[in-house]
Design a binder for this molecule. Sequence first.
Ligand SMILES: Nc1ncnc2c1ncn2[C@@H]1O[C@H](COP(=O)(O)OP(=O)(O)OP(=O)(O)O)[C@@H](O)[C@H]1O
Ligand SMILES: [Mg+2]
Length: 335
Amino acid sequence: MAAIIEVKDLVKVFDGKIRAVDGITFDVQEGEIFGFLGPNGAGKSTTINMLVTLHRPTSGLAKVMGMDVVKEATKVRRVIGLVPQDLTVDDDLSGRENMILQADLYNVPKKDAVERINELLKLVKLEDAADRMVKTYSGGMRKRLELAEGLIHRPKILFLDEPTLGLDIQTRTIMWEHIRKLKQEHNMTVFMTTHYLEEADSLCDRIGIIDNGRIMALDTPATLKRSLGGDVIQMSIDDARDFTPQIQGVPGIVEVKKEGSEYRVKVIKGDTAMPAVLKAIIEAGGTVSSVSLQRPNMDQVFLEYTGRSLRDAEQAENSNRGERMARAMAAQRRR
Ligand SMILES: Nc1ncnc2c1ncn2[C@@H]1O[C@H](COP(=O)(O)OP(=O)(O)OP(=O)(O)O)[C@@H](O)[C@H]1O
Ligand SMILES: [Mg+2]
């Protein structure tokens, strides 16, 4: 069966120089929760915007349910729903009134709209708050209302751009439950973006790690973690001598990296290797001042495939952003 989303060599260049999306190729299967994980400025929103026909690709091809996003944009719009990154609900209307507007916008027949709105408000657990003004809602309630809005025309594919941005972890997990339900009960395909590692790990069937407009790795969370090749023992040994040979003598060691007194030891199974490694060092007369065992997690996956941690990547992009803003403001003043 053909994939429900097909993307080939997709490129988006802004202003003739910013390569926001730099040649990406991937498929999404029907019924899948597919996620793009990447830092600020990675090209996640730009990709979504091309798939939902808001931005025209510079080059390459994208198809949604077999339809070209450029040549058959109108048809594509009918089968997709979008929950954008920025809040779009109207504060001075109630949740229900916002839904009615959205239903109008999507030409949902009046006779169906009332029932469908009730259904969706129930799905996202907003029935009780439906007639209150949105300005009285919490951040999590707003996001849930937006999710309901994205579903008003019963799309086959839902695009969620950072569905839990800025929400606390409890509210985030509630949102995850809603998204899982859409997949399980309605066989909906979900394409989402996130820069939360745990979100990508626990919610997505497959993840594309995206950085600087490129896909650096793409697979199930479990396979990505397995690809790191095991656990990592992190140790400090206060001794001028190098204990690498002793550590390498222990069965199941994959790799030893030493930086000053810090050792990073990649092992197949951390829980059995760790006591053996400690024993080998102590027998050689070394003193281990600290030790920890790290199981593969998405943060390490990100580091492995992009060469930097997600947090560092975000900081770098945010400081670029600050610089760009400062330059723009200076230019404004000169005018
Ligand atoms: N309309 C635009 N004009 C010019 N540059 C743009 C435009 N939209 C995005 N960009 C640039 O393209 C790059 C990718 O941006 P994009 O919004 O796709 O990133 P993102 O991964 O969604 O980031 P975030 O996590 O901050 O939402 C950035 O460098 C951004 O500044
Ligand atoms: Mg974005």
